[in-house]
Design a protein around this ligand. Structure first.
Ligand code: SF4
Length: 128
């Protein structure tokens, strides 16, 4: 279950950045930005992010989207716990208390966006 909002604004006519506080928002004509607790965790072209999502939060959001592909359905991921308070953020990675991939270092280091492919960035210690 993903209690956070998922913002699907694909195909919209606007070219202005519209990052959402949580979920997936359009960041340009062909780009999307994934936000978690007010911070971008993944960005890239629509095709890249939706077909090769690298950040666990993006993967959870996309897994929560209904699919007719039986393979996609079998790979569903879920988040644990509740959304932390913005005034009492977890140490290290903001997503670590809910991340299915979290490991010890995630509590100590706040990941920055790093390049994970052409026109594709993610903020996750799995890629640093
Ligand atoms: S840095 Fe760690 S907790 Fe944060 S998204 Fe990556 S694996 Fe998950």
């Amino acid at each position: 279950m993903v209690p956070d909002q998922v913002h699907h604004v694909l195909g919209g006519g606007t070219r202005e950045a519209q990052p959402a506080q949580e979920g997936i928002g359009q960041a340009g004509a062909d780009d999307v930005m994934v936000m978690y607790l007010g911070r971008p965790v993944e960005q890239g072209t629509k095709e890249t992010v939706f077909t090769r999502a690298r950040h666990p939060y993006t993967q959870v959001l996309l897994a929560a989207t209904p699919s007719v592909d039986p393979k996609a359905r079998s790979k569903r991921m879920t988040v644990k716990g509740e959304l932390p308070s913005p005034v009492d953020l977890p140490s290290g990675c903001r997503f670590r208390t809910r991340c299915p991939e979290a490991f010890d270092r995630c509590a100590q280091v706040d990941p920055k966006l790093v390049r994970v492919g052409p026109d594709h960035e993610a903020a996750c210690l799995l890629y640093e």
